[in-house]
Structures are given as C-alpha cells and as structure tokens.
Write a protein that binds this ligand. Structure first.
Ligand code: ADP
Ligand code: MG
Length: 336
C-alpha cells in the first residue's frame, strides 16, 4: 500500500497549508476586506485553491453556469436553500442576495460574453448603489477579461487595483508543494526525492501545471500499488504519464534510435542518468551493432524533439516506461 489518504489528492480538497503563495494570500485578504478581488493566472496556478482557502458564503463555477440567471440561481441555492428562483427575472434574484455576503465566481470568463458583460455591470452597480456584496472573481487572464468586458467604467468598479496575479510555480516550488502533499497523502517511505523531482519535471511545462503534478502523484501511486511495488518507482511515473508516441520510433534514424535506446537503458529503473552513463552505453551499442554513432547532433535533436528531457538532476525520459522503449527500439533495429 502506498496511498494513506487518497482524498487529500482530490482537486476539491483544501490542504491546511498553502505553500509558496504567502504574499498573494496576504494581498487577497486585504482586498477581500475592501470588497472585491480578481485572481488571474494560468491553469493549475492555485486560483481555485486560494479563493476557497479564503472562503465565502457561496461558490459558483461560471463555466458550468454560463448565464447570469444560472449563476445567481446557484448562489441562492447555497445561501438560501429554501428559495425557489425558477421563473423569476434576474433583477429579483439580485435582490435576494443580502448585503455582507461573500461570493466566489470561479472561471468567470466561462460565461457567455453578453451575459458576462451584464453580470459584471450589475455586480459593480450593487457596489455603487451601496449594497456591499463582496466577491472574489477568478479568470485565467485578466487582460483578456478586460477586453471582453470592453467598458472602462465597468472594469474600473469591477476589478481595478484589485488584481492578484498568480505566476506559474518554479520547479523548486512545485517540488516543495509536492513534498508537502505527498507527506499528507502517502505512506512514509513510499516515495523518494527523485520521484518527486521527476513529477516536477513533467508538471513544470505541462498545460495543467500544478494540477498535473497532483494528478500524477496520485496516478503514479495507483500504478505502483497495482504492480505491488512498495514504493513509487520512476517507471511507475513514466507509466502514469505515458503518451502515445512509440510509433514515432519506426521512422527514426538509426543513430537517433540507438542514442534513445542507450538513454532508456541508462534510466532503467531510476529517475535520472548523467551524460557519462549514456555515452558509456552508446559505446557498447556501437560495438554491438558494429557502427559509428554521431552522438552530439543526434542527442541534441532528441532533446529538442522532447524524446529525452534535460532536468536539473540529469537526463531522463518522461513519458514512456523504459522497458517498453527498449523493447520497441530493439525491434526497430532488427529490421534496418
Ligand atoms: N501552493 C499550493 N500548495 C498546495 N497545493 C497547491 C498549491 N497550488 C496548487 N495546489 C494544488 O494544485 C492543484 C491545482 O490547483 P487549482 O487551485 O485547482 O488551480 P487553478 O484553479 O489555478 O487551475 C490542486 O490540487 C491544488 O490543491
Ligand atoms: Mg480552478
């Protein structure tokens, strides 16, 4: 067993501590007191987590509720469960939201454009009319949101000077967060530093960023458990992150294929290999296949195409288990 508490890796779970965002949390706390904040940042930068951590009386995902009416219905469902909003005009729904409520509008750019404009307008109007409804709105990119709203007056009441921008985490930060999250959810001794580094390597440039990191931590643990390993191994992570590119090998130049083979052999059952190890195996393969391998340019090509990854900790393969790659390349080299 590896997973001690799998729930703690759910997307909706709010950990006790949020690491690497102290400044942003402080600023958010101050802004919330003034009544409004807009969190802006890419996927997996911790936007939803930060907003939920600060907390509110209601939370709506505007991507799932794309009209003003649906958003208000969802809020009222949470703050006035007995109230029936069906058939009522939006104006009436606004009136039902009492002063002093704190609302979270996640993925606000997911609303239909006209609805979003009107919604932002009405929300900022509430404020001007003296009815204090506090909110945190969340968007992937505040500049695009500003363009969509396309009205300086609305924008200025809606979000001016209230933006908290979440920059992507650095590799070291992803690792630090992973260490904490792994400690909470996995059994001690079931993972090591290299394994978290490998996950951080994958997450750093992945479209899901920190979300990818947490998902991969859980999925690697599941793979390891299914293989009855008592700790997460590098190959379990590669398996969990497996992508469908193995067929590309068929069209690979022989030198490239041999260097990739050497790298896969060097990384077998471990996270990273250094250049010397790879070159050593390349030499052996030169003898075995009775050929002279042009190393430098081909190695650079493999790096550039993403078959091999250069990390702070060495060279590695991120998205295919080594044994599979070795098998496939050896097969390919038989028919050259
Ligand atoms: N600073 C952090 N500390 C701990 N966990 C984090 C941190 N930032 C992000 N996470 C975790 O990463 C995942 C993605 O975060 P999320 O808030 O959903 O990102 P976003 O809403 O920006 O896409 C969640 O599982 C969240 O708990
Ligand atoms: Mg989110």
């Amino acid at each position: 067993m590896i997973l001690k508490d799998a729930k703690k890796l759910d997307l909706s779970y709010i950990p006790d501590k949020i690491l690497c965002r102290d400044e942003e949390i402080n600023r958010l706390k101050i802004l919330v007191k003034t009544g409004r904040a807009l969190i802006s940042g890419g996927v997996g930068t911790g936007k939803t987590l930060l907003a939920r951590y600060i907390g509110g009386d209601a939370y709506v995902n505007c991507y799932m509720n794309r009209t003003e009416h649906r958003v208000l219905e969802e809020i009222l469902k949470q703050i006035k469960p007995r109230f029936n909003p069906a058939g009522l005009p939006t104006q009436k729904l606004w009136k039902e939201i009492e002063e002093g409520k704190m609302l979270i509008f996640d993925e606000i750019d997911g609303m239909h454009t006209d609805e979003l404009r009107h919604f932002a307008y009405t929300l900022s109007r509430q404020y001007e009319l003296g009815k204090k409804i506090s909110y945190i709105a969340i968007t992937r990119n505040w500049m695009i949101l500003k363009q969509v709203i396309n009205d300086d007056a609305i924008w200025s009441t809606f979000a001016n000077n209230a933006i908290v921008e979440l920059r992507p985490y650095k590799w070291e930060e992803i690792k630090e967060i992973l260490e904490y999250r792994a400690k909470e959810s996995l059994i001690t001794g079931s993972y090591d530093d290299d394994c978290l580094s490998l996950i951080a390597d994958i997450a750093l440039d992945a479209p899901g960023h920190m979300r990818t990191a947490i998902d991969l931590l859980r999925n690697s643990a599941l793979v390891a458990e299914s293989k009855q390993h008592n700790k997460i191994e590098a190959e379990d992570i590669r398996e969990a992150n497996r992508e469908d590119w193995i067929s590309d090998i068929a069209s690979m130049e022989v030198d490239e294929a041999l260097i990739l083979l050497a790298t896969a052999l060097a990384c077998k059952n471990k996270a990273y290999a250094d250049l010397e190890e790879i070159k050593e195996i390349v030499k052996i393969k030169e003898e075995e296949y009775n050929t002279k391998i042009k190393f430098e340019t081909n190695f650079q090509n493999l790096l550039q195409q993403g078959f091999i990854h250069k990390s702070k900790k060495g060279y590695t393969i991120l998205n295919c288990p080594s044994y599979l790659l070795i098998e496939e390349i050896e097969e390919r080299l038989k028919i050259r």
